[in-house]
Design a protein around this ligand. Sequence first.
Ligand SMILES: Nc1ncnc2c1ncn2[C@@H]1O[C@H](COP(=O)(O)OP(=O)(O)OP(=O)(O)O)[C@@H](O)[C@H]1O
Ligand SMILES: Nc1ncnc2c1ncn2[C@@H]1O[C@H](COP(=O)(O)OP(=O)(O)OP(=O)(O)O)[C@@H](O)[C@H]1O
Ligand SMILES: [Mg+2]
Ligand SMILES: [Mg+2]
Lengths: 255, 255
Amino acid sequence: MTRTIAISNQKGGVGKTTSSLNIAASLALKGNRVLLIDLDPQANLSKSCGITNPKKHVYGVLLKEYAIKDTVVKIRKNLLLIPASKNLAAFEQNSGTNPDAFYILQEELTELTKSVSIDFIILDCPPSLGLLSVNAYVAASEVYTPLESQEFSLDGLDEVIKTINKMKKRLNPDLKLSGVFFTRHHRRKLISQEVENIIQNDYPGLLLNTGIRECVQLKESPSARKDIFEYAPESNGATDYRNLANEIFNIHSHV
Amino acid sequence: MTRTIAISNQKGGVGKTTSSLNIAASLALKGNRVLLIDLDPQANLSKSCGITNPKKHVYGVLLKEYAIKDTVVKIRKNLLLIPASKNLAAFEQNSGTNPDAFYILQEELTELTKSVSIDFIILDCPPSLGLLSVNAYVAASEVYTPLESQEFSLDGLDEVIKTINKMKKRLNPDLKLSGVFFTRHHRRKLISQEVENIIQNDYPGLLLNTGIRECVQLKESPSARKDIFEYAPESNGATDYRNLANEIFNIHSHV
Ligand SMILES: Nc1ncnc2c1ncn2[C@@H]1O[C@H](COP(=O)(O)OP(=O)(O)OP(=O)(O)O)[C@@H](O)[C@H]1O
Ligand SMILES: Nc1ncnc2c1ncn2[C@@H]1O[C@H](COP(=O)(O)OP(=O)(O)OP(=O)(O)O)[C@@H](O)[C@H]1O
Ligand SMILES: [Mg+2]
Ligand SMILES: [Mg+2]
C-alpha cells in the first residue's frame, strides 16, 4: 500500500526541499522503498541529488512524451528520484482549463506502482498554487506543511488549509492535511512558543511533535550532494529529520 | 534627489521584507526621509509595521482610484509607509499586455516626490516576476538582491540578472543591479565561503561587504511591530543592518 505524501507550502524558502529529501532518506534508511518526485521547475531537489539537465524528467511525463518508468533514477539504496527540469515551468504556466490536466500525475503514479513496489512517494512541491501543485494535491493522500516559527507563517497556513479544502471538495476527497511542522526552529525562543500556542489553539492535533532546528549542516549538505544522514549523521538536523520521519511513519490516522 | 531602491529576488523567504524594513529604519535613524512601499500581496512588511487591512493602499494607487498621497502612513520619525493589501494579488495576475501598466508606479512616485521631500524610496518586492515586479523595476534606479549563502541561490541570482538586463533594455535604461548581499549568513562556514568565492569570481564587485548573520531577534521583531533597532539594538541583526544601510548609503556608483 503506497502512501503518497505532498510536502507543500505556497510560501518560498520554508524548507520543503530540505524536508522532502531528508524525510525520504530517513524512511529509505529504515528499509522502506521511497520514490521522491521533484515538482519544482527550480529543480533544487534534483540538484541536491546530483541530477542537473536530466534527459528525461517529470515534465516529459506530464506531457506524456515517455513512460514514467523511463525517468526514474536510483539515488541510493531504497531511494529513487524522478527529477525536474527548467522547462517544467511551462507546465505550471498552463492555465489549466482542461480538468484532465489535473489528473496526469495521479494516473502515471497509479500505473507505476502496479509494476514497481513502492512504500512511500514524496512529492516536493513548488512555492505556488498552479497546475503542478494541483497535480500534487490530486495524486497525494497526505499533505505535510513545513512552517517557519514566525507569526506571518500562520497566514500561509490558513492559505494552505483553504486550498486543501478546495481540492478535497472538487478533485480529491482522499486528501488530508496530515500535519504541519516547524523548520529553522529555535525551540526555547518566545516567538516560537507563541506561534506554537496559536497553532495548537486554532488547529488542535495538527502540529507534529518534531520541530526541525536551525542547523547549518542542512544548508551545506546539498553542495555535497548528500542527505543529512550521510553528510552529518551526528548533527541536530539528522536527529530532527529522523524523528520527523518516524513520526510521519507512525501516523495511521491518514486513512 | 530621491534614490529609488528595489529589494528584489524572485526566490521566496530570502529576507527581502526583513531587509526592506531594517535598511529603511537605519537610514531613517540617520536623518534621511525614507518612504517604504509594500509591493507584496502577502503584505508582511505592512503587518510588521502594525498595518493590517488598510483602507487605502498601493493597489488603489495602481488602479488610480485615489492619490498616492492619501495612502502614506507615518511609521515613525522620518519613516513613511505605503501599505499593501491582499487584493494586490489581482494586480499581479493581470497579464499586462498593456505597456502603460508597467509605468503606473513610476509616474505616481514622480508626482509624489514633487510635493513631498523624500531621500530614499525602498520597494519591498514580491517573490515573483509579474506586473508588480515590473512596476518596481521601472520605478527603481537601484536593485539590491538578498541571497542565501547556499549553492542554489546562485541560480536565483542568474535569473535576477537576466530579468534586470531585460528590464534595462526594454523599459528602464537607468536600472542597475547595484549589489547583492548574504542573509541568514554563517560567515565562517565552508559553504558560505564557497558561495562567496563563486560570486566574487563570476561577478566581481557585486557582492556587498556586509552580510546579515542568522539572528533570531530579526525573526521575532515583526511580532513586536518593531524594527531591529527598537527591538534589539545590541543584537547582531542591528549591527549588520546598520552596516548594510551605511554601505548602501555610500554607494555612489549607482549614477
Ligand atoms: N533547518 C534548517 N537549518 C538551516 N538551514 C535550513 C534549514 N532548513 C532549510 N534551510 C535552508 O533554507 C533555504 C530554503 O530551504 P528549502 O530550499 O528546503 O526551502 P523550500 O521551501 O524548498 O524553498 P522553495 O520554496 O524555493 O522551493 C535553503 O538554503 C536551505 O538549505
Ligand atoms: N538574518 C536573519 N536571521 C533570522 N531569521 C531571519 C533573518 N532574515 C530573515 N529571517 C526570517 O526568515 C523568514 C523570511 O524572511 P523575509 O520574510 O524577510 O523574506 P522574504 O524574502 O521577504 O520572503 P517572501 O519572498 O515571502 O516575501 C522570516 O521568518 C524572517 O523573520
Ligand atoms: Mg524547494
Ligand atoms: Mg517579503
